[in-house]
Design a protein around this ligand. Structure first.
Ligand code: XLF
Length: 328
């Protein structure tokens, strides 16, 4: 494996000169540059990025904690984050945490050892693990520490919109399938939904899931609802869970939206592919992902950043799982 010592020897220059050239950290004469580059090409030399990162403190790597890579929302937001980071000169180091605190904490150690310049933590399950890590962090949805800015959709308002829509479509016997307590976003969706219902004097039943996408588990929990046919509207906490609920209903011969209307949350790409297509609340995925990267790069560059919660507006996307129904 060629190294800079060998390049220096063959090019007839000092090791420090080769290092300055490779890391772009100081003056190198044009003549030396040409000789060094020639030997780099001859030896097919690839610089050791980690060694360089330790030396320059610039790995140009951003670590991304992803809570669930099989959820279409998270693969969409990852794509946005990856594209924008690349445009800004950074490479992503992807960590699939599976909403597991221990896994996330382990990944945090790995990211530190790879000298990442910053971390975006999607729906983090950790808190004190992020203390004293000396790496800028931006969080998505969950609070980590008061020193870490958060990007999220306006989940409370989204939840309210979901209720108002079902109500407007004539639903009066409503079920909310809510997300796990550890998801701050879905807690807020639930709060908004219930506040909307309270204003209209409608009682909402609630079923809670322990994770956002495990088909078997969702099906198990749903089979606990004895008389699902008694409901005329269901708000499901995200689109992927809504897809599972739709499958469950269809298998029982329940017609959507004629018997039960459904609304999801995310506006991820599966919503349009479902049959009937899914009414949902839009999370502005592009804006959310881009903002997270922008804030992180500002922190990396030691520019001033307001340490607060950045909430982005949500919007109703009406499709075929909700339809106007005459009240009897
Ligand atoms: O954390 C919430 C729950 O699931 C997230 O925004 C999502 O809606 C993605 O599907």
């Amino acid at each position: 494996m060629p190294n800079i010592r060998e390049i220096a020897k063959r090019a007839g220059v000092g090791i420090a000169t080769v290092s300055r050239y490779i890391n772009d950290t100081g003056y190198v004469s044009d003549d030396a540059k040409q000789k060094i580059q020639k030997e780099i090409d001859n030896l097919n030399y690839t610089p050791n990025a980690l060694a360089r990162a330790i030396f320059t403190k610039e790995s140009k790597i951003i670590g991304l904690m992803i809570p669930n890579i099989s959820n279409p929302f998270f693969n969409q937001i990852t794509t946005i984050i990856e594209k924008y980071s690349e445009k800004m000169g950074y490479t992503l180091f992807l960590c699939n945490t599976e909403d597991n605190k221990e896994k996330e904490a382990k990944y945090l150690e790995v990211l530190k050892s790879y000298r990442v310049e910053g971390i975006i933590a999607l729906r983090s399950q950790c808190k004190e693990e992020y203390l004293n890590i000396q790496i800028p962090v931006v969080s998505f949805e969950n609070h980590i520490l008061p020193s870490i800015p958060i990007v999220a959709s306006d989940n409370y308002n989204g939840g309210r919109m979901a209720f108002e829509h079902l109500y407007e479509k004539g639903c009066r016997n409503i079920l909310h399938i809510k997300g796990p307590k550890a998801f701050e976003a879905t807690e807020r969706r639930c709060k908004g939904f219930l506040d909307g219902a309270k204003e209209k004097n409608i009682k909402v039943d609630i079923v809670e899931f322990e994770s956002d996408f495990h088909v078997e588990m969702l099906e198990q929990n749903l089979s606990g609802i004895k008389s699902i046919e008694d409901y005329d509207g269901i708000f499901v906490f995200n689109d992927i869970a809504a897809a599972v609920v739709m499958k469950f209903l269809k298998e029982r011969g329940i017609v959507i939206p004629n018997q039960i209307q459904i609304i999801g949350f995310d506006n991820s790409f599966i919503g349009e592919l479902l049959h009937p297509s899914l009414t949902t609340i839009n999370q502005p995925i592009k804006e959310l992902g881009t903002l997270a990267v922008k804030l992180l790069i500002k922190l990396i560059n030691k520019e001033e950043v307001d340490i607060k919660e950045y909430l982005i507006e949500t919007e109703l996307i009406q499709r075929e799982t909700t339809a106007h129904r005459q009240l009897g």
